[in-house]
Design a protein around this ligand. Structure first.
Ligand SMILES: Nc1ccn([C@@H]2O[C@H](COP(=O)(O)O)[C@@H](O)[C@H]2O)c(=O)n1
Ligand SMILES: C[C@@]1(CO)OP(=O)(O)OP(=O)(O)OC[C@H]1O
Length: 156
């Protein structure tokens, strides 16, 4: 059994799509990044890499590489699932938080859980995603950015 933690932050910017957990969420702004800026998926990637003792997202998918420019981050998660499979590990459970003042994410959480579970080759009951505002405090509260945290347990 192995445990891993992931944390990521991306800036909100006009003219970008808001992609969270691989799902497009309608909003006036999206997350800026070298990739699609999917802060939730990046936190999950880092949690799994952490559990496997294999560093972090930037080490495997550098933001200096054209290969990852505007990439749909679920593709990065698929690569990390290949590492997990090759080392004989599978998901025990995954728990995540998205801190966003806006938009209201509750209507999209189930779709995110389904897509993440499918990508991780696990049952949807092993994946939990939560959303919170920060009560208008901090960068999330000022709607400057969105942060996400993930904790994963891997079984072998
Ligand atoms: N962007 C968000 C933030 C929160 N929610 C849901 O609202 C609940 C209450 O949030 P608080 O920050 O006031 O605790 C939270 O538990 C989420 O269910 C949301 O949908 N989208
Ligand atoms: C995902 C990568 C690669 O496209 O770019 P960003 O979208 O900037 O995201 P970040 O969370 O900084 O993680 C590492 C990157 O190398």
């Amino acid at each position: 059994m192995k445990i891993g933690i992931g944390y990521d932050v991306h800036r909100l910017q006009e003219g970008r799509k808001l992609i969270l957990g691989g799902v497009e969420v309608p909003h006036s702004k999206g997350l800026y990044g070298h990739s699609d800026g999917d802060v939730l998926t990046h936190a999950i990637v880092d949690a799994i890499l952490g559990a496997l003792g294999r560093g972090d997202i930037g080490r495997h998918f550098p933001d200096t590489s054209e290969e990852y420019k505007d990439i749909y981050s679920i593709k990065l998660l698929e690569r990390v699932v290949e590492y997990m499979d090759s080392e004989g590990y599978s998901i025990g459970n995954l728990d995540c938080i998205i801190a966003a003042q806006k938009p209201k994410l509750a209507p999209y959480i189930e779709d995110m859980e389904k897509l993440i579970a499918k990508t991780l080759k696990t049952e949807v009951g092993n994946v939990n995603i939560k959303a919170t505002t920060t009560e208008k405090l901090g960068f999330e509260g000022r709607e400057e950015g969105i942060s996400s945290q993930a904790v994963v347990l891997l079984n072998n």
